[in-house]
Design a protein around this ligand. Structure first.
Ligand code: SF4
Length: 138
């Protein structure tokens, strides 16, 4: 895997490749990862992990951020029954704050979805959003 980014976890590392593939690696992968080298997933794959209770990653690997339920269409297949916005939807400033927070946590991939996202914010993808932020098109 060609490493795009990684973050430290208690057991070692969570790693994302340039093609969006994700793997876990032991602490032995440290030098390899810091050098930005190609990572042999099998060589560094954790085979035995001590799981503390409760086991959790430092942050999610993937986040689906639904910025609004508002939509001007009413497709029968819509998985959120879009139409009117929910009460207490995030304003644009809050959405950016959440994106900044997710970036700090090194969440690898963020799907920005709705509803019709342009009702919530017109320009979501910017230099302030994480590198892997993806705006889902319908
Ligand atoms: S959010 Fe997408 S699927 Fe849902 S009603 Fe709007 S256009 Fe259709």
């Amino acid at each position: 895997m060609q490493v795009k980014d990684f973050r430290e976890e208690k057991f070692g590392y969570a790693v994302i490749g340039t093609r969006g593939e994700v793997c876990l690696a032991t602490q032995k992968a440290k030098d390899h990862l810091r050098a930005g080298a190609h990572l042999d997933e099998n060589e560094y794959k954790p085979t035995v992990m001590t799981v503390n209770d409760p086991f959790r990653l430092e942050a999610p690997l993937i986040v689906m951020l639904e910025v609004t339920r508002q939509c001007n269409l009413t497709c029968g297949h819509c998985y959120i029954s879009a139409g009117e916005p929910r009460e207490n939807e995030m304003d644009t400033e809050t959405i950016y704050r959440v994106l900044d927070e997710l970036k700090k946590l090194k969440v690898f991939t963020i799907f920005i979805t709705g509803g019709e996202r342009s009702f919530a914010v017109t320009s979501l993808i910017s230099s302030t959003t994480p590198r892997n932020a993806t705006s889902l098109s319908r």
